[in-house]
Design a protein around this ligand. Structure first.
Ligand code: IDC
Length: 340
């Protein structure tokens, strides 16, 4: 399907000059999204359209500016049908050669990937991958433009979740909350039912990596409903103190792990499958949804595929092209989430 056409043909210029777009009605008919429909936050859990708690498990793309060629018909078929994933996270970097260099191009590609995920019955997390600089307010204008268009075009779909700030860092919780209270209404005005995911202080560590914890959030939550707070961990770096803090937070906040790795926080180095499994066991008990970093053939140990896999067109199904972390996570995804 033509994302360029989709992006361009539906855009009309309002007198204000702001680009608005008409919704496209084509929800997922099959797969996890077809079965579970529109999600919403129910207490501390994520529930499906029938009000039953649901755990989604799946993969994050790497940055679209670097590894878009790993997101093909064949690789997405494998993710949906061989890995049995529930969710694809579309990692839309803002800086580092990402969105800010070509807003139209990246937005069109996100439209297209939402379509690809929908065709396969997957949920899709639209990840506004701010990282450097770490203050999400640096990019508020761009975030408004991006989410205005994405939420307008996909409002009628029930499989889209919005992640408004990947990893705030070096910035207070108050600043993150302020940003969220600007951007959540932009989405809600167009797609009122969608779940919105809010990154937390210190690289989405709930504040822990900068000496705080989740109580700064419970004391001053984002003034919006139907949101979840984001936690990220890299198992070889974030056992112990981080894991304990995450478990405490899970008793008080709705959480969604939109990124984790089995390695160090660089996304590289040796795997610590023991630490990662402890997290996964806890998240299974609590039905906390998770997404692994990452579905690419980057050379680092955290990328699922061996270098060169994407350029040679696979194989994406089976285990032949997987690094150890890839083989481990494929197994875990196949045996967890909505299909478990
Ligand atoms: C890393 C990538 C690496 C890239 C770098 C650029 O693996 O190839 O050069 O980003 O910023 C995160 C971030 C995620 C990181 C990942 C691993 O959200 O962008 O990817 N990580 O370092 N948080 C903790 C770890």
């Amino acid at each position: 399907m033509g994302a360029l056409l989709l992006g361009a043909s539906l855009l009309t210029q309002e007198p204000t000059g702001r680009a608005e777009a008409a919704p496209v009605a084509d929800g997922a008919a099959t797969g996890p999204a077809g079965e579970h429909g529109q999600l919403r936050v129910c207490g501390l859990k994520l529930c499906d359209e029938n009000g039953r708690p649901v755990q989604l498990t799946g993969m994050s793309s790497h940055g679209l500016q670097w590894f878009d060629h790993c997101l093909t018909d064949a690789s997405l078929d494998a993710l949906a049908h061989d890995w049995d994933a529930d969710v694809l996270r579309v990692s839309t970097y803002v800086q580092e050669g990402g969105y800010e260099t070509d807003p139209r191009g990246f937005t069109d590609r996100v439209h297209e990937l939402i379509g690809e995920a929908t065709e396969r019955g997957l949920y899709v997390i639209v990840d506004w991958h701010m990282l450097t600089p770490g203050d999400p307010n640096h990019n508020t204008g761009l975030a408004r433009d991006f989410f205005t268009e994405i939420a307008s075009v996909h409002a009628d779909k029930d499989n889209v979740l919005y992640e408004i700030a990947n990893e705030p860092n070096g910035v207070s919780w108050g600043a993150i909350k302020g940003y969220a209270e600007e951007v959540v209404p932009v989405i809600r005005a167009r797609d009122p039912e969608a779940v919105v995911l809010v990154g937390t202080r210190a690289w989405s560590s709930l504040g822990v990596s900068e000496g705080s914890d989740h109580t700064e959030i419970t004391a001053d939550p984002v003034a919006a409903d139907n949101i979840m707070y984001v936690y990220h961990f890299y198992a070889a770096s974030h056992g112990g103190v981080h894991f304990d803090a995450f478990r405490r937070a899970a008793r008080e906040l709705p959480l969604f792990v939109t990124e984790f790795g089995t390695q160090e926080y660089t996304g590289d180095g040796p795997d610590d499958f023991g630490s990662a499994q402890a997290y996964l066991d806890f998240m299974a008990e609590e039905q906390i949804s998770w997404v692994n970093w990452n579905f690419s053939d980057d050379f680092r140990s955290g990328a699922a595929f061996e270098p060169g896999t994407c350029h040679s067109g696979g194989p994406f199904a089976g285990t032949g092209a997987l690094k150890p972390a890839g083989e481990w996570i494929r197994d875990r995804i196949r045996t967890s989430g909505t299909g478990a």
